[in-house]
Structures are given as structure tokens and as C-alpha cells.
Design a protein around this ligand. Structure first.
Ligand SMILES: [Zn+2]
Length: 439
């Protein structure tokens, strides 16, 4: 059916091109030139001063020194007092979460009380928020009970119905019986779940096939679920899928040339994620030295998502409060080990898990505070995730051929990474979405 539709639209386009004639058909889109005071191109370690970025249509045509000729008739955008960077990528978001307030029913209320239209409206808000803050690409790692809503939001963005970043969608995510919310209800109730539940490799593979069929760009798997602190003070995580179950999913996804993101805190579940061949570890709160070595060997991506673990700690004298503090403590150690081992760290906020009204760029401050250099932190949200998303050279870079996704900040993010929380210019796919500079 899809093939039929695209054949029809292709022939309509060719008839149209014939009708307007070759002269008009060859007219290339108008040229826009950005004057960048300082350019951080997302790939190189060295910023460059006084650069011109030539943009035609959705893409960057060339980058040159300020002495280069600007053709007459070009639109010039003057960002000469600003630092220009590639549009940012957040590799771990949830547009269908709303930072649910526990006092208002928390996660459960979102599934039990918010209908799909309300959730889609909130996701629309989330996409706009991300773009305003300079995030032109999101890897959105599951809809938390909103089915394939992410694929349709992506479609609405692509057709220009709503503004939003480039989305890589994981659809429903996969966990096991006893491995995801909603839970703690009367056992005779059949409660909806925030992920697709599978048991056994056959069901696991079937779930992956279904999700891929319906447009998943990535598969998201929960390899751990509940966590607590044991009598010795260790952080323990309940493992979910077995290695065999995960292998079935990874094998299926890789056959489609797609990748698998594994939520894993630590322990048995994290080990199974690595042994099962996952492509990225999400959170990875406590990673042993042997696991760090295995990740380096296997080329596993690591999205630490530091911010949510510093947010909303329960009282210190409660089991939850103890767990919250233990999580942040081990996480810091793991992040520093990962830095030292030069693991492929990608920027991820888990925003949605925290409210969309929070600044996404706060994650940069967390990373830099724990010892990452500002340039490394910037690259964790530009060229590195581009490679993970198989978009190297197309996003996360200001270079010829890349999509014209660009942001500008006043000040120097290499001196104060916090300036990335105040993005004053956003261009996405060659169109200016926000410009507070030219006033
Ligand atoms: Zn998440």
C-alpha cells in the first residue's frame, strides 16, 4: 500500500516538473549566509573565529572565512557577537512523559487518566520546548503507554503540521512480566503497562518485529526494573530479560539495521545487557571495571542521564531516600570511570522523567562538574550521537553537506557551559525557528 502511494506521488511530481519547464525546475533555493563570531563545528576540537556559513535549502553548502565573497541577493544573518554551534541532540528523552508529580498521582495518573489526545498535545508542547532550547534532534526512548504516538508526532513534524526536532522513535519499549509499571494493584486486575511485556525469546522477537513494522527507529529494552539498597548498603537492581530474550531482540533489530538501547542500572541486568549485545546502555548507574572494559571492547554507547538522579530525593531516613542517595553516589563513580576509559558518552537528559519546563542543558553542567571537558560535553550532544544514530556528517556538525541545524549563544560555552541554557538562535533544516539576536 505504501509503495503504491509513493509511486503515485512521484509521478505527480514528475508531471509537475515537466509542466513548469527545465529553467524553473533548475532554480536552486535562495542562499542564506550566517556570520558566526565564533564557530564550534561539533566535530573539531578547536573553535574558529569569524566564519561564514552558507546555507541553501535544508543543507549547509560551505563554511568559509569572513573574507569570502557573499553573493548579492543572499539573506545575511548576523551572529557575529555570538558563538554558533550545531543543533544539539538529546539521546534520551520521553516526549510522552510530563515529569509526573507524585503528589498528583505520578506516573500512574498519566496512563490511567490522560487520554491519548491530551498526551499528544503534551508531546507537541515537549517537541516545541526541545526545539526552543536548541535541541534539533531527539532519540525518544519510548512512549510510556502511548503506543506508537511518537511515530505519528514525528510524521506531524515532518509534514510541517507542528514544529519539532528530528525524532528517532523507540515506540513502546520491551520488558518482562514483573518488569514494568503499572504495578502494586490488586492481582486480579489486568493493568495497562508502560512497555510491551514479553516472556521468552519467541515473544521477545515478535515484539521487536511488531515495533519495527510500525516505525520504530530504535528498540528500547528494560534490562533492570526495581532498585533498592540491601543490608550491606549495596544498590541492587531487579533484572528483567534473560540473555536469550535480549539476543532475540538484538538479532531481529540488527537485521533491520536498527539498534537496541538498554535501560540498565547495574548488576545482573547490566551484565545481561552487555552479554546480549546491546548497542547503548541507558543510565548505567553502577558499572564495574570489567563491564567498563567490555563496553570499550564492544563499542557500546553510554547515555548516563545524570540529571534525574539529583532530582526529587525522598527523605533521607526512608528506604526510597536511601536508594536515591545511593544511586547518585555510584553514578558519579561510574561516569568518571567511563570518562577515563574514553567510552562513547552521549548526552541524555531523560527529560519527561523530569518536567519539560526544566532546562535540558542542565545535563551539560552535571557532566562538566564531574570532570568532562566542555568541548567533550558539547561533542556528546553533536558529532557523537550523530554517529550513534548513523547520521555522521549529516547532523551534529557544521560542515558542507550537513543539515542546516544550528544554534547560537552569547558568551563562550567553553568557559561557562551554563550559557547553553540560554540559546538565542535556532535554525532547523535551514529554517530559522527562533532569533532573539536580530532585534
Ligand atoms: Zn528514560
Amino acid at each position: 500500500m505504501r509503495n503504491f502511494v509513493s509511486r503515485v506521488s512521484l509521478s505527480v511530481v514528475s508531471v509537475f516538473l515537466l509542466a513548469i519547464g527545465p529553467a524553473q525546475a533548475q532554480t536552486s533555493p535562495a542562499l542564506t549566509v550566517i556570520r558566526a563570531g565564533v564557530l564550534i563545528d561539533g566535530a573539531s576540537d578547536t573553535p574558529r573565529k569569524n566564519q561564514l556559513i552558507f546555507i541553501r535549502g535544508q543543507r549547509i553548502e560551505k563554511v568559509a572565512d569572513a573574507s569570502a565573497q557573499i553573493p548579492s541577493g543572499s539573506t545575511v544573518i548576523d551572529l557575529s557577537s555570538h558563538t554558533v554551534l550545531p543543533g544539539l541532540t538529546d539521546a534520551h528523552t520521553h516526549i510522552f512523559l510530563w515529569g509526573e508529580d507524585p503528589a498528583k498521582g505520578g506516573y500512574d495518573a498519566n496512563i490511567l487518566k490522560a487520554g491519548i489526545a491530551l498526551r499528544a498535545a503534551r508531546a507537541t508542547f515537549a517537541c516545541r520546548r526541545a526545539l526552543e532550547q536548541g535541541f534539533t534532534t531527539l532519540r525518544d526512548v519510548e512512549t510510556e503507554g502511548a503506543g506508537y504516538g511518537d511515530v505519528e508526532i514525528k510524521q506531524a513534524i515532518a509534514e510541517g503540521t507542528i514544529p519539532g526536532p528530528r525524532l528517532f522513535c523507540a515506540t513502546r519499549a520491551i520488558s518482562t512480566t514483573g518488569g514494568y509499571n503499572l504495578e502494586d494493584y490488586a492481582p486480579e486486575l489486568d493493568m495497562p503497562k508502560g512497555a510491551q511485556i514479553v516472556d521468552g525469546p519467541v515473544q521477545a522477537r515478535k515484539a521487536a518485529r511488531e515495533q519495527l513494522e510500525h516505525g520504530a527507529d530504535w528498540i528500547k529494552v528494560y534490562m533492570t526494573h526495581r532498585s533498592w539498597v540491601d543490608r550491606q548498603g549495596n544498590l541492587i537492581s531487579q533484572p528483567t530479560l534473560t540473555v536469550d530474550e535480549l539476543r532475540a531482540i538484538v538479532d531481529e533489530a540488527h537485521g533491520w539495521q536498527k539498534k537496541v538501547a538498554c535501560h540498565a542500572y547495574n548488576g545482573i541486568g547490566l551484565q545481561r545487557a552487555l552479554d546480549g549485545g546491546c548497542d547503548s546502555i541507558e543510565h548505567g548507574l553502577e558499572i564495574t571495571d570489567a563491564q567498563i572494559a567490555q563496553m570499550a571492547r564492544q563499542g557500546t554507547w553510554y547515555s548516563p542521564t545524570l540529571s534525574p538522579y539529583y532530582d526529587l530525593w525522598a527523605r533521607e531516613d526512608t528506604p526510597r531516600g536511601k536508594r536515591d542517595r545511593a544511586r547518585a553516589m555510584v553514578h558519579e563513580v561510574s561516569f568518571k570511570k567511563a570518562l577515563q576509559a574514553r567510552l562513547k558518552i552521549v548526552f541524555g537528559t531523560d527529560i519527561g522523567g523530569i518536567a519539560w519546563t526544566e532546562p535540558m542543558a542542565q545535563e551539560f553542567r552535571r557532566m562538566v562538574t564531574l570532570g568532562m571537558s566542555p568541548m567533550d560535553a558539547i561533542q556528546s550532544a553533536t558529532s557523537r550521537p550523530a554517529e550513534m544514530l548513523d547520521m555522521k556528517g549529516e547532523i551534529g556538525a557544521i560542515a558542507p553537506g550537513a543539515y542546516a541545524d544550528m544554534i547560537a549563544v552569547s558568551g563562550d560555552p567553553l568557559k561557562d557551559i551554563g550559557v547553553l541554557e540560554h540559546v538565542s538562535f535556532v535554525m532547523h533544516d535551514g529554517s530559522v525557528f527562533k532569533n532573539e539576536v536580530a532585534k
